[in-house]
Design a protein around this ligand. Structure first.
Ligand SMILES: *Cc1c(COP(=O)(O)O)cnc(C)c1O
Length: 394
């Protein structure tokens, strides 16, 4: 494994590790000891690949967006994760983790969710496998995200309201961790991004790495080379970006660009631009870069897109940023919304507002005319229609 991947101790450079309360050691240790071995098993890989194909609908197309390309003067390819079952990349990870949970002999699944996207992806695979599913969600998010709560309930999940603190994602995460401490033997905790204690960041990145694995093959067919000039993805916790970058990490000639949410602007006090504003520290069980006050209190993040509204980034991203392998930039609400509308008008594709952040960065790039650019279209915009309607007054 290269210097950009996790080492034997669970670190990426100075980032990563497993900073968890002693009561969680057994759960985390069990995963650390077994995850690679299980993922290597032929039967595991067979079932994973089969579900990705027949249930998720993979491989997702790599689409050359001709009108978008003409506008910017480069060959712009969209990796269509928006076409997956449930509408985003998140299902790649939950499929992988439910198979892992089965092989660990777990009977019960828990998850945390903010806007509900990861909760839905988790409830989906629990229905698929007939496993009990409990999703923790902040009371305020439950009120804001009624359709996703309904989806989870239809699939048989129990949605538990987190009533403490700001009653949002952070509090839901705390409740989920408490549940896991109380149910160490029969329960697996499905984390939704490349965050959390080791081995989660590596585990989730490996399940999402199918994105770049497919992309390389598709690029050979379409361009004659597996290597593009640029690869772009939006970053909340960083799972779609980690999957999109994974098989390009050692190809140093490929520029990796990660797009964070600047909200109302990096200096507005309402943003989620972690690398621009953050400092090193520990969040949700690993050492990374996070937005915090001088005395170490986590700053409440803001973005118009719920999926990017997170105060940190996964430890591998912190390392790609610090080592210079990746370029970390940010895009405001306004820029992202305009890019979402532009893609819709030029290509007939309504992107998730998260993904629109990656599209928006094209405006800031300079091309000679021949560059090949791959953008991860992490999700579809159906879930964001209310937001688009309010913003543009449709
Ligand atoms: C959840 C989500 C994201 C952000 O999560 P990452 O872990 O950073 O990928 C991005 N896009 C969509 C469509 C999402 O649902």
């Amino acid at each position: 494994m290269s210097k950009y991947h996790v080492n034997e101790k669970g670190y990426y450079g100075p980032f990563g590790g497993a900073y968890v309360p002693e009561m969680l050691y057994p759960n985390v240790e069990e995963l650390q000891k077994k995850y690679r071995e299980i993922m290597r098993e032929e039967r595991f890989q067979q079932e994973f690949q089969e579900l990705l194909k027949d249930y998720v609908g993979r491989p997702s197309p790599l689409y050359l967006a001709k009108r978008l390309s003409a506008r910017y003067g480069a060959n712009i390819f969209l990796k269509r994760e928006d076409l997956n079952h449930t509408g985003a990349h998140k299902i790649n990870n939950t499929i992988g983790q439910i198979l892992l949970a089965e092989r660990l002999g777990k009977k019960r699944i828990i998850a945390e969710t903010g806007a509900g996207q990861h909760g839905v992806a988790t409830a989906t695979v629990c229905a698929l496998k007939g496993l009990e599913c409990v999703v923790y969600m902040g009371e305020i998010d439950i009120q804001r995200q009624a359709p996703n709560v309904a989806r989870m309930k239809m699939m048989g999940a129990t949605v538990v309201a987190a009533q403490s603190g700001s009653k949002t994602l952070k509090d839901a995460t705390n409740e989920a961790l408490r549940d896991w401490i109380n149910n160490p033997v029969d329960t697996h905790y499905i984390i939704g991004s490349v965050v959390g204690p080791h081995p989660y960041p590596d585990l989730v990145a490996r399940f999402q790495s199918i994105i770049s694995e497919e992309t390389k093959k598709q690029l050979v067919e379409k361009t004659g080379s597996s290597l593009p000039d640029y690869v772009l993805a939006c970053v909340g916790g960083g799972s779609n970006a980690a999957g999109m970058f994974y098989h390009f990490l050692e190809d140093e000639q490929v520029q990796l660009i990660a797009v964070e949410a600047a909200g109302h602007g990096v200096d507005s006090g309402e943003s989620a631009a972690t690398t621009a504003l953050g400092k090193e520290g520990v969040l949700h069980g690993s050492r990374s870069i996070l937005m915090q006050t001088d005395d170490g209190q986590v700053v409440e993040p803001y973005s118009i897109s719920a999926g990017l509204d997170y105060p940190g980034i996964g430890p591998q991203h912190a390392w790609l940023y610090k080592s210079g392998r990746g370029k970390y930039v940010s895009i405001t609400d306004e820029e992202a919304m305009q890019a979402g509308l532009l893609l819709t008008k030029l290509e007939g594709i309504i992107p998730a507002i998260e993904s629109a952040h990656a599209i928006a960065y094209l405006e800031k790039m300079k091309f000679q005319g021949k560059e090949n650019v791959v953008i991860c279209l992490s999700g579809r915009g159906d879930k964001d229609l209310d937001n688009y309607m309010k913003y543009f007054g449709f």
